[in-house]
Design a protein around this ligand. Sequence first.
Ligand SMILES: Nc1ncnc2c1ncn2[C@@H]1O[C@H](COP(=O)(O)OP(=O)(O)OP(=O)(O)O)[C@@H](O)[C@H]1O
Length: 280
Amino acid sequence: MLEIRQVTRRFGPNTAVRDVELKIEQGQMVGVIGRSGAGKSTLLRMINRLIDPSEGSIFFQGKEVSALKGAELRRWQRDCAMIFQQFNLVPRLDVLTNVLLGRLNHRSTVLNLLNMFTREERIQAIAALERLDIAQTALQRAGTLSGGQQQRVAIARALMQEPKVILADEPIASLDPLNAKVVMDSLADINAREGITVITNLHTLDTARAYCNRIVGMAKGAVVFDGPPEALTSEAVRTIYGGEEGAELSEAITSTSINVPAPQPARKSTGQAQPALAAV
Ligand SMILES: Nc1ncnc2c1ncn2[C@@H]1O[C@H](COP(=O)(O)OP(=O)(O)OP(=O)(O)O)[C@@H](O)[C@H]1O
């Protein structure tokens, strides 16, 4: 269980995240939605400790990860893989090496300095690429791949970390609808088959509805909605995205047009939160 307790993050006079309180059971697939600037990325970055909270604390399996330092912090960052909108691969290195880089935090500094990976690690990396259906690109330089392929390499690299949680910060924002679907399908499959918790920021409502069994809506740094997709009524959508009372908020504004035939049946939803709406 991941617990975010009364977390606030300020940047100078601006409060990016305000008093956020969330409990996320292992194995949930959580979509964080909200307008640009709502605080979604800041929240994810605090979980992974790329930035620290100004106030509050974050716990994982009873341990306060917001207080970890040194080797323990690196261990947490290994357990909590991060995927970014811009993929963050090393473009001049081949795909296989990029995936193997996911093992760095598992290994001794000497092995890392020598840049030596074992046969088992290479086999594991190829298997991760096969799973993402891009093993044929293993020896290509990562920078030569399409955006969709690069994001799949980034997911394979995350899998090499053998994480307990995957944090995906707008993983499909730079992709066309077809590649966006492939990437979201991959994340959903990893969540369903391995039971890895996935927390993903999404700009778009339809994607969150289609793939996530829990949706957290943020506005002005605060959580203003927390519940299953079915509870995301037009009133809830207005609370998250803003809009005039009574006016229809077009889902097109918040759509990527990923063509998903129908909402998928609820995945494992351990300890799903009850829908909750709060005023912004
Ligand atoms: N490093 C920073 N320094 C100063 N202000 C920041 C920093 N990072 C974020 N902010 C501010 O915090 C607020 C929340 O930003 P954040 O990126 O978390 O929002 P977001 O919901 O992820 O938006 P987007 O979808 O556009 O990425 C914004 O007002 C942003 O300008």
